[in-house]
Design a protein around this ligand. Sequence first.
Ligand SMILES: Cc1cc2nc3c(=O)[nH]c(=O)nc-3n(C[C@H](O)[C@H](O)[C@H](O)COP(=O)(O)OP(=O)(O)OC[C@H]3O[C@@H](n4cnc5c(N)ncnc54)[C@H](O)[C@@H]3O)c2cc1C
Length: 487
Amino acid sequence: MTAQRTDTGRLTVALETIEGYGMRQRARCRVVRPTTPLEVAMVFADAREAGVTVGLRGAGCSYGDAALNDGGAVLDCSRMNHILAWDPGSGELTVEPGVTIEQIWRHTLADGWWPPVIPGTMAVTVGGAAAGNIHGKNQWRDGSFGEHIVRFDLLLPTGQVVLCARDQHPDLFFAAIGGWGLLGCITSITLRLRRIYSGLVHVTQTAHGDLDSLLAALDAGTVEATHLVGWIDTAARGRHLGRGLLKSMREPIQGEDPDPALWLDPNSQPPPSRLYGVLPTTWLPILGKPIATPIGIRLANRAQWVRGNLPGAAHPHYERYVPANFILNFVPNFKRIYLPGGLIQHQTFAPRAVAPRLFGAVLARSQALGLEPSLAVLKKHKPSPFLLNYLPDGYSLALDYAVPRRSEARTLELMRELNHLVAEHGGSFFLAKDSTLTPDDFRRAFAPATLERFAALKAQYDPRELLQTDIYRRVVRPAQDLAAIGG
Ligand SMILES: Cc1cc2nc3c(=O)[nH]c(=O)nc-3n(C[C@H](O)[C@H](O)[C@H](O)COP(=O)(O)OP(=O)(O)OC[C@H]3O[C@@H](n4cnc5c(N)ncnc54)[C@H](O)[C@@H]3O)c2cc1C
């Protein structure tokens, strides 16, 4: 592939090393950053001619290799970042794929609208959110990201643009959402946002002494809350295994906030750049480094549990919407506390009936190997209607593992063991977080017909496999092959 001249000027191709969010998977790729659909089509044509594969990339917030394409080209959508249309009457928003969740709330908050599904970072792009069909803390109630997409333009590897909606090319609509950028490049997308009546959320936090009671509280919380998230003390063992705190958030109803304009002003949302008015947040990645050591992890978990049990900790209060959801975005480069070894996130999705046993086993096995996760987050889910659905009628447990060099081999062995355990229990996996799955474990999370259907769509719309990523070659394609031979 070479640099190309287009109507908009020179489109350069640079050889770069890019990495996943966990800072463990790297790829040497020819990276190109188009600014228009026409340029995307030109990149596809150029790559076809040169016999080079193309991997799509948004903000690169996937932890492993979902947006890497070692040895090939990477089409980075981050410069296709314009808001194309906004209707504050209906809440319908049309954007280019590189628009981030942050751009959305900054644009729509003052009109009383909020992105319907948000992840734990506002850096994620709309293209990446759609291709991963991401979930939020309200997934059990409001569904996944894809469920709020009205329509999108998909630029196929052939250069043809297809408008996809529930009633137009539904095969592509339901497969490209959650299809990991393997069928085409989303070049514009229309979403329906959610009405809110305040920039505050009502928060209650409660402490629960073991996993069963935490899961029971998560279920009971659905009556009042709009968003629910559990934190687990990964250092607690034995009968306290899985104890934790449940944060229940509720969006205020109309009239509840006496001065909605104040907090709906996007400028009122970001937290201060100094902790307790003194410490610059830019120092936190340096000061926080001990948190990523085994002793630090234990102490930080214990401290959080004790804090969550202090008198007054359960007192209901209001928090600003943005810091309540995206606090880490205001600590630049916090993930660098995990260097030099990086970070693995392991997220287990479990059907309701097996979740207590499976999550208990995952936590206990990590502890037995001396590999307590630095962070454990629990959420509640319901299935989504998309082809490669990973969401169960149940729960997920996301665990962050620091991977210092000395325990790297043990951690990777633990990941393999946990993946088998999840597959055996009928659980599922989320490719955004993965870096360790085998094709066989991935295959077991789907009915064989599902993977065969995805393979058939790939063969129909991308017969020359122009669109590829490292995770496609490592997991998805071999899993499809296994499904096809009934393996
Ligand atoms: C701190 C943190 C917290 C997170 N919390 C959550 C969470 O709560 N819930 C959740 O579900 N996820 C969460 N994630 C994961 C994140 O939402 C997904 O990895 C998401 O896909 C990343 O979007 P991105 O823009 O960074 O895309 P990338 O990671 O760059 O790419 C993701 C996928 O999208 C494809 N893609 C990108 N652009 C396009 C396009 N224009 N057309 C077609 N395909 C495209 C890529 O090929 C790739 O397969 C979190 C990640 C981080 C780092």
